[in-house]
Design a protein around this ligand. Sequence first.
Ligand SMILES: C[S@@+](CC[C@H](N)C(=O)[O-])C[C@H]1O[C@@H](n2cnc3c(N)ncnc32)[C@H](O)[C@@H]1O
Length: 263
Amino acid sequence: MAAGLEGAKSGNGAHEWGIPAYRVSSALYDRLVGEVLHELWRENFERLARRYALGLDRVADVACGTGMASLYLAQRGSRVIAVDRSEEMLRVAAARLRGRGSVLLLRQDMRHLSLPFKVQTMVCAADSLNHLLHEEDVRRAFRCFASALEAGGHLLFDVNTAYQLREGQDDREWVFRLENWRLSWRSEWEEETSSATLTMRLGQVDGRGDVWVEVHREKAYPADLLAALLEEAGFRRVEVWDAAGLGKPGARTRRLQFVALRG
Ligand SMILES: C[S@@+](CC[C@H](N)C(=O)[O-])C[C@H]1O[C@@H](n2cnc3c(N)ncnc32)[C@H](O)[C@@H]1O
């Protein structure tokens, strides 16, 4: 068995290997969801940059994934620190950002974030914060975010709501093809822990060969709790918007956009 992998025979005889989230799907991430999420993020970012007069000389893109926001910020003139914990996502980001001297890529876990210099604005886009599965993890991450920001700097992040994760639940298994991959996808919602589990199987289109199984978990946190944790970490003037339109959030809001000022 390959190091760090869990193997099992599936019903049709193919070998299935359990691998960390994003190890294989990093190659497909942009087309799967990344490009669509980036469009929404970019539009909101520009509006928020004006609304909050964000300082953009030095910016951190935490949980940068494949680096789409980092590239956008660098092209816009910022010096960017891009951080992610997934080696494979960072590899895609490095290819995208090749030759961009203004972007520093670091492999770090956001719960232990430690940047080489303070930034004026920090972004953490596309539900990356939902990947933290315990309140204590969020508390730790917020403390690190606060330490990495200059006084008067801003933190911007967006998260999936419980409504969104619950609605996304589907008992069916979805199977589709993307490039040379055959993907199957099943999501489950657990009410007690307010968390969703997406199990993604990635195999070859012809159905032959090994199948890679990634499990992606996300937890939804109430907006009030996130606001309280931000204040505890040293943030002030925490504001929360519905990411669809940047208006007031409601019971059917799918994604919340937070903006918090580092006190
Ligand atoms: C849904 S992707 C979002 C990527 C990117 N921000 C975007 O807008 O496309 C979530 C990212 O969070 C990263 N991630 C999850 N948990 C993390 C952690 N504890 N520390 C750093 N990165 C993390 C994953 O590796 C992945 O790249």
